[in-house]
Design a protein around this ligand. Sequence first.
Ligand SMILES: [Zn+2]
Length: 401
Amino acid sequence: MPATERLYYSDSHLIEFEARVIDKTDRVSGWTAVTLDRTAFYPTGGGQPSDTGTLNGNRVLECMDDEENGVLHVIQGRAPEVGATVKGRVDWPRRLDHIQQHTGQHILSQAFVTLFNAPTRGFRVLDDSCEIDVELSNPTNELIERAVELANNVIWEDRQITIKSATPEEAARLPLRKDPSRDGELRLIEIEGFDLTPCGGTHAYRTGEVGMIVVRTWERAKGLTRIEFAAGTRALADYRRANKTARAVAALFSAGRDDAAKLTARTVEESKELHRRVRALEEIAARVEAQELLAAASPNAAGIRVVTQILDNRDGESLKHLAQALIAHPQTIALLGSRDKGAARIVFARSADASGDMNVLMREACAILDGRGGGKPDMAQGGGRNVEKVREAIDSASTLL
Ligand SMILES: [Zn+2]
């Protein structure tokens, strides 16, 4: 079978074409792969996703290279017969998006080479952004933004992008940004006065078409710097999302957007400080509360005061503070419970001169609460989902004593 003529090689903006069906293969459940003598559809490859569109009105969901250098168009519905002439149409918004991301990648990658001699080792188009893996050993926000600055200047200078072909011998003498990944005649993409690289993808006519490049975030990954960026319409969409988020946060403070980060940081700091103060006050309150509870508790036959108390809406830490305040008094056992945010919490503790294994009691109580817990013989904590059985769990522990 002859190779498919790739119309996108000579014109990345061609979206309507006519072609002849040279082969078709049925795939699973109503899907057919159609091979044409020529196509404007770009098949998945080189980090760039496939085009979509229609063939005689039938949806083309994906295109891929086959083993013999043809392009398979996967369509759903009635497939045209071999020999038929078909009208193909590529989805332009998706193609333009890929042109912007892909050409943007050429520009950004060359910016890292120009400024830091840092080549790109990988490229992926993601759902709403893209990634490049760059050999940049000491990345900082400032270095990365310098590359973004240069890339955008190249975009706004609206430089011409041309497609050239070269033999491997000719290519060997040219300053290519990366080594060719294939043998034979090479397709070179030249960004006027800036970048020259072998590539089979779809590119803008001029750099201005890329619009803008922004870096969303970056991280160190496997010895490289993984940079997440967005170009063209994706940069605009990303700006809108980021702006919406920042304004929503600022609105919580009735403040301007650009003050949101500072105000949020201040609130987080205040919250931590309040938390520390609440804990300190709880310890003081626990000492007073412990004395009241002990005054109301009468000693059992062994002379031990057993305080069994349910105090709702207390978290585990608050219960623990109260238990510690109670067992600071001699001959005391505290069996405390709480119903807090839909969960049962319990703390069992005894003073050093009282007997009983709190850990064993805790495990019994947690079985009643359908939960888990544990600790030491003198202090144990736990909880469970059976909120309505807190009283039963504490009474049961009291009986077991
Ligand atoms: Zn390319």
